[in-house]
Design a protein around this ligand. Structure first.
Ligand code: NDP
Ligand code: MG
Ligand code: MG
Length: 329
């Protein structure tokens, strides 16, 4: 696998171009500020009067309404919420795209699942930092960068690879290393990761463990510390040293108990259900469900949020975290 660094990217490709960064949230503020400080001409596109508008202006950036920003730019980076991108694309972006322009994404959902189908004369690529926006910003100001993925979807003029690498350089990505992927691979692995492992899998693991301890008569405070609070410690160890690094740091008792009991919790049944989750992603079923869910006013998501709000682990967790002065509210 090839890694691309600063020397593989030429920022001067962006010299005579204007980049519109649409959205000024987690990713938007980081891309816009990093590009601006890398010497790229940036305009931020937002809806008038929004909170983000004021923030971008007070950060010293030029802000225009979304459609005007798209019209001004040669390169349009879409950092709006994924579920709003299609509508905003149709109303504000598409009418302002000119031949030779490029459309950029930080996540492949809308392109891969055909929600946005740009004209053939438009270059389409992705630059996706592998980290949250605040980290993309902070690490850049420290002179380093967050690793990025890039992918090419449409390359009508044969210059998109160079443009994508220049963009990645502008946000600091090539300081750390940039890897090529495809819209398909990024989208499907991102959805699988958040569903099966990171967000879905982990919360159920934590909550089920908590529940088993509480039902067995142990104090919920103790169960909370064991099953949720300590998760961060373990994840930090894995983040820094992999699974082996984590097992090296915990006690031999934890290592033996973990290695023997882990496969009883995550067994072949779990694997089979993970494979089903992946199939639903690959077939487009999950994408269709989520798109329809948004069209239905998020009825299911709101019901699920209410159900999660009522979980006992949330009540006890709220009380315990009040004791932790170091946790930001
Ligand atoms: P956020 O929700 O943090 O920010 C969205 C921005 O869009 C806000 O500035 C919001 O401003 C603006 N916005 C919302 N609605 C509209 C509208 N109708 N018209 C104009 N502007 C609008 O998004 P993220 O940064 O989290 O996500 C952006 C993209 O980056 C997504 O594709 C996501 O998948 C991807 N990504 C995100 C990562 C992350 O760390 N969060 C990591 C990697 C990729 P306001 O509401 O004030 O108007
Ligand atoms: Mg995601
Ligand atoms: Mg312990």
């Amino acid at each position: 696998m090839k890694l691309y660094y600063d020397n593989d990217a030429d920022l001067s490709i962006l010299k005579d171009k204007t980049v519109a960064v649409l959205g000024y949230g987690s990713q938007g503020h980081a891309h816009a500020l990093n590009l601006h400080e890398s010497g790229v001409s940036v305009v931020v596109g937002l809806r008038k009067g929004s909170k983000s508008w004021k923030k971008a202006e007070s950060d010293g950036l030029e802000v225009l309404e979304t459609a005007d920003a798209a019209a001004r730019a040669d390169v349009v980076m879409v950092l709006l919420p994924d579920e709003k991108q299609q509508e905003i694309y149709e109303s504000d972006i598409k009418p302002n795209l000119k031949s030779g322009n490029a459309l950029v994404f930080a996540h492949g959902f809308n392109i891969h699942f055909n929600q946005i189908v740009p004209p053939e004369n438009i270059g389409v690529f992705m630059v996706a930092p592998k980290g949250p926006g605040h980290l993309v910003r902070r690490v850049y100001t420290e002179g380093a960068g967050v690793p990025c993925l890039f992918a090419i979807h449409q390359d009508p003029d044969g210059n998109i690879r160079d443009l994508a690498l220049a963009y990645a350089k502008g946000i600091g990505g090539t300081r750390a290393g940039v890897i090529e992927t495809t819209f398909e691979e990024e989208t499907e692995t991102d959805l699988f990761g958040e569903q099966a492992v990171l967000c879905g899998g982990m919360t159920e693991l934590v909550n089920t463990g908590f529940d088993v301890l509480v039902k067995a008569g142990y104090k919920p405070e103790i169960a909370y510390f064991e099953c949720l609070h300590e998760m961060k410690l373990i994840v930090d160890l894995m983040y820094e040293g992999g699974i082996a690094g984590m097992y090296h740091s915990v006690s031999d008792t934890a290592e033996y108990g973990g290695m023997t009991s882990g496969p009883k919790v995550i067994d072949s049944g779990t694997r089979q259900r993970m494979e089903e989750i992946l199939e639903n992603i690959q077939s487009g079923k999950f994408a269709r469900d989520w798109i329809l869910e948004n069209k239905a006013g998020r009825a299911s998501l709101e019901a699920l949020r209410r159900k999660h709000d009522r979980l006992p682990i949330e009540k006890i967790g709220g009380e315990l975290r009040d004791m932790m002065s170091w946790i930001k509210k």
